[in-house]
Design a protein around this ligand. Structure first.
Ligand code: HEC
Ligand code: HEC
Length: 131
């Protein structure tokens, strides 16, 4: 099993600090998230993806076979590229379309990954009521 440092360590644990150090070192490969995203916001965003899809970090990130740790920078896992398309789609929905709803707060970042995914990797089919 791959070790997901951020999800399994207490906040501020040694591994979390090492992860933060790696990030601060600046070897980022961010193509859709803001390049200047802070480490805590990035961490929170990733935790949110985990929860919204009901998966672990290793669902989108490959394990480095030599170290047994997840390689977050690698693009080898195709789910990561799918997730990038999903992130762009969500930005469009919230920032382009719903942002035109006259500042009504109900539409402010109203749609999340969880709106469709409902805690599953594949969004469950809608089951309408029988007429
Ligand atoms: C649903 C897929 C998904 C899940 C689950 C996920 N990530 Fe990510 N992660 C991504 C994507 C996509 C990117 C790249 C975003 C971009 O290109 O802007 C990324 C980027 C990152 C980066 C930045 C790497 C770099 O380029 O420097 C880190 C660190 C990271 N994830 C950690 C985590 C951790 C820790 C978890 C589990 C708590 C996690 N991720 C869960 C999709 C995911
Ligand atoms: C508008 C609805 C919708 C939203 C919002 C959405 N997704 Fe998806 N996502 C889908 C659909 C539909 C699929 C197709 C998957 C299937 O049927 O198995 C999918 C598939 C995926 C897959 C690939 C699953 C697989 O089995 O290969 C990933 C990863 C993913 N979404 C990540 C995300 C992330 C991360 C977000 C938020 C940034 C997000 N999605 C938001 C509808 C959505």
């Amino acid at each position: 099993m791959a070790v997901a440092t951020w999800s399994q360590e207490a906040p501020g644990g040694a591994a979390a600090k090492a992860g933060a150090r790696d990030l601060a070192a600046g070897h980022h490969n961010l193509q859709v998230l803001p390049a200047d995203i802070s480490v805590p916001v990035l961490a929170r965003t990733m935790k949110r993806y985990e929860r919204d899809l009901g998966v672990g970090c290793s669902y989108c990130h490959v394990e480095n076979r030599a170290t047994g740790e997840l390689d977050y920078v690698s693009d080898e896992n195709p789910k990561k590229e799918t997730a990038r398309i999903m992130i762009s789609m969500l930005d469009d929905i919230n920032e382009r379309h719903l942002a035109r709803m006259g500042g009504d707060q109900r539409y402010a970042a109203a749609v999340t990954c969880g709106s469709c995914h409902q805690g599953r990797a594949s969004p469950p089919a809608f089951e309408g009521r029988r007429q």
